[in-house]
Design a protein around this ligand. Sequence first.
Ligand code: PMP
Length: 400
Amino acid sequence: MTAPEPFRFPIAARYAGMESSPLKDIFALAARPDVVSFAGGIPDPALFELADVQAAYDWVLTHHGARALQYGVSEGELELREQAARRVSRHLPTTAEQIRITSGSQEGLFVAAQAMLEPGDTVLVESPTYLAAVQAFSVHGARMLGVETDDEGVVPEALEQAIREHHPKFVYLIPTFQNPTGRTMPLARRRAVAEVLLRTGTALVEDDPYGALSFTGTTYPAIASLPGMAERTLLMNSMSKLMAPGVRIGWIRAQGPMLDTLAVAKAAISMQSSVVDQLTVARYLEVCDLDAHVARVSAVYRERRDAMSAALAPVLPAGAHVTRPEGGMFLWAALGEGFDAQSMLAEAVAAGVAYLPGWSFFADSPDRSTMRLSFVTHAPEVIQSAIARLGEVVAAHGGR
Ligand code: PMP
């Protein structure tokens, strides 16, 4: 008797070939204790305000009791929507009614895709852009097209041309301390991009998880806050990088009929985000000084950015281009022609240092010489010695 074939579940075409992401293998390697990993975008857990978060959970369970453990509404708990509206209103007048709570911005991206995309639609993104956003849009059948960027973000002329040629459903941008490059769009560039979107009648998904993590004290207005833009923008914020990613709380700011569609999509996906977590984040925002906490975190990250920039400068090849972010978590290095960051990675890991090869952040035409390095997780001394080891690997591949 022959053994029966093992059962195979049917896999949707949109997930076919996605079973083994190259990044999964990299994360496994980078998790080795002898490897200093700059690969993930992992906030330093030593900076979490554990006591404040614990106090907020205690308060919620004591004062809300069963309500905190019951189903809630798809829009999100009112207390949290009020707190979110207060924060967004610093640059864009917003009511609690205009906020939809999501389980992190990752779900926000998925909700937005659910609400807007048909298979075959085009989405324009920065080249490079956030990998998991591309994934959230692609699994909805979208065709992803990367638009040219320079040191100030997406190039308005290239954006306009791509919009006129490809008629995207929406444009997805991370204007401040971008993932993966760390770059920021100055105000003039934001205005130019807004004009293109207004002129062409295009919707914007504006993802802003990092904007508050400024090293210079400078903050930038959301593109959503520029004249005419609020009605055509879904603005996303997240507590992941400011408070803690484990609470999985973010929100979308929108207005008009889209608010109802977002609530229906959210209900279809997960009913609502965890009520106890929402009420806890609301309590935390009410009684703790998030701005002071973010200022402390930013000061630590700034030192680490300095350490990484200083360590990289002498070890990168002559033609390399490296960003010096004014905030956020990531720095981006393009080593230049002839280098392949993916094929160097195994040697780097053997030398005890990991990064994320940049190719995976491009929707199309990847620059394979690029790498993303997160500077936030390790202390400056650890960064210095690990980057020195990375420099030896680069040198062995033709660097100086
Ligand atoms: N957008 C961007 C640009 C990000 O970098 C991240 C996290 N790496 C997210 C969204 C999702 O974050 P979360 O779901 O934790 O809010």
